[in-house]
Structure formats: C-alpha cells, structure tokens
Design a protein around this ligand. Structure first.
Ligand code: NAD
Length: 294
C-alpha cells in the first residue's frame, strides 16, 4: 500500500520503519532532513510537502508534537487536504485535544475524506518493537480499514468510539497515571521519613489496597523495581514534560465541558514546578524528588 507518513520523530520514525519492513511504500515528510535521509536509505520516498505525500497515498498517517502542528499539516496551503484524493482514509496518531481532531475531521469530511484519531501508549520502546496500543476514534468503516495497518505497528488496537474518543481515552488514562504517581511518591516518602524500610513498604503496598501500576511496575523509589527509570537515575521512560503536556490537555478539555478535575489540576501544577526546577527532561516518576531531602 502507498502510505503517506508525516512526522518522523522519536515515535513516528520507528513506526514508519515497521511499515517499510511490512512491505508498504512510504511517502515521507518531516521538517528534519536527517531523519528523511535515514528512512530513504531503507526504501522510503521523500516528499516535498504534506500535500505531495498525500497526493499519491492510499492512506495518510500523521505523528506530530501538538495540535498546532497537526492543524498546519492538514489545513495549510501545502497541507494534506490540499493534495488528498476523495475517499482516502487518514489517521492522526499524535496526542492532542479531542476538539482539534473533530475540527479537522469536519474539514476533511467536506472533501469526502474520513479522518480518525489513534493516539498511542507504549512509548518509544513500544514504537520500535511494534507493540504499541492504539486508542482509535473513528467510524466503524474507517476503523476496519485502519486496523490491519495499525496492527503492523502495535499489539492492541482498541476501537474507543467515534472520532475524538481515542484522545479522550488517552488523556483520561494519563491524567490518572500522573495523579497515581504523585500518590505513590507521597506514600513512599512518608514511610521513609517515619522510618520503615522502603522495600518492606513497597511489598505491603503491592499486596494491599494501595497497589497500582505506579507502585508495582514503575515505583518511583530507587531500587524497588530494577527495570523502572527510578533505578537508573530517572533516565529514559516517559518524560515529565510529556506528562505535563497531557495534563494540560486533560484540564483544558475538562474546562470546556465544566467538569471538575481537582486532582488533575493539582498534578499539573506539581509537574509544572518540576519543569521549572529544570527536571522536565527526567522521567515523570522523578516527581518524588519534591518529597525527599536533597
Ligand atoms: P518528536 O518531537 O520526537 O517528533 C515530532 C516530529 O514532527 C519531529 O520529527 C518534527 O520535525 C516533526 N514536525 C514538527 N512539525 C512538523 C511539520 N509542520 N511538518 C512535518 N513534520 C513536523 O515527538 P514524538 O515523541 O515522536 O511524539 C509525537 C506525538 O506522540 C506527540 O503528540 C506525543 O505526545 C505523542 N506520544 C509520545 C510518546 C513518547 O514516549 N515520545 C508516547 C506516547 C505518545
């Protein structure tokens, strides 16, 4: 299949590599010439603009940093919608707000083009291994078209509902994750300050009602889980700046529907303070540093 792939960063480049490996012809566009060169060596075709990539495509995939980039890549004069043929399916895998997805979907529909959202979880490791989870918001017909291609980049392809619902699932999950990591950090740091062995405490939490992923798989206390970023100086993993971005999406989406997200808003402020301290490049579990003596 001829696939236009636009946005070839930490996530997009390995996803595109997996599609090339699966035998597709990729028409690539990014602002970064270096990554285009690397993927061209694997057989990808370099396009001059999103419009040119879309012109020859049977499917368009985008993986961009934030809503403003997605808007421009689809709606600009040299954007996807300026080149695409009616009937061509499109899917945006970036993490952005649900309203932007719905706005672009409406613009695409006026040209006879269907667009879905399919944000991912699984990080760069999952993108390389082809084991991502895709949370897909799309009509049933579009989902049926996208599913086999997404399955070449991921392991779990979940149909969440109509357009925008993939983003809703993603931001609700990540808001809860951001909050639960703070909760585990407070509990671990309190236990340590009061004098219990943190290994013993983690064992109790992980077999009691406080158990959660932030505690039993990704514990923020160094040395509890060997494979967690906390055990390698909070490097790798899911950057605090990305968590801050997702909490911003959640609180803004909540504001639009007048829904209180009290703990989500507090969590956002704590990750913002972490960013101000110059720790935004660390894994988000380094939020625990705010609870420990330097
Ligand atoms: P990234 O910054 O590494 O890559 C983005 C790419 O988009 C870059 O190569 C950049 O040059 C390109 N780009 C920017 N503007 C462009 C434009 N106008 N036209 C063409 N290309 C353009 O970001 P990433 O880590 O790959 O993340 C992409 C999306 O996936 C984000 O929305 C992020 O929140 C989400 N996400 C990331 C992770 C992760 O662990 N990195 C995990 C899950 C979801």
């Amino acid at each position: 299949m001829h696939i236009a792939f636009i946005g070839l960063g930490n996530m997009g480049a390995p996803m595109a590599r997996n599609l090339i490996k699966a035998g597709h012809t990729l028409h690539l566009f990014d602002l970064n010439q270096q990554v285009l060169g690397e993927l061209a060596e694997l057989g990808g075709q370099v396009s001059d603009s999103p419009r040119d990539a879309a012109r020859v495509a049977e499917l368009v995939i985008t993986m961009l940093p934030a809503a403003a980039h997605v808007r421009s890549v689809y709606l600009n004069e040299d954007g996807v919608l300026a080149g695409i043929r009616p009937g061509t399916p499109t899917v945006d895998c970036s993490t952005i707000d649900p309203q932007t997805v719905r706005d672009i979907c409406a613009a695409a529909a006026r040209q006879g083009v269907s667009l879905g959202d399919a944000p991912v979880s699984g990080g760069t490791g999952g993108a390389q291994a082809g084991t991502l989870t895709f949370m897909v918001g799309a009509s049933p017909e579009l989902f049926a078209t996208l599913q086999p291609v997404l399955a070449q980049m991921g392991r779990n392809i979940v149909h969440c509902g109509g357009v925008g619902t993939g983003q809703i699932a993603k931001i609700c999950n990540n808001m809860l994750l951001g909050i639960s990591m703070i909760g585990v950090s407070e509990a671990m740091a309190l236990g340590d300050a009061l004098g219990i062995d943190t290994q013993v405490l983690a064992g109790i939490l992980n077999s009691s009602t406080g158990r959660c992923w932030s505690s039993d798989t990704y514990n923020p206390w160094p040395g509890i889980i060997d494979t967690a970023p906390a055990s390698r100086g909070y490097t790798g993993g899911f950057g605090a700046e990305l968590m801050l971005k997702d909490l911003g999406l959640a609180t803004e989406a909540a504001r639009q529907v007048h829904q209180p997200v009290v703990l989500g808003a507090v969590a956002q402020q704590l990750y913002q303070a972490m960013s101000l301290r110059g720790e935004g490049g660390l894994d988000f579990s380094a939020i625990i540093k705010g609870y420990r003596k330097a």
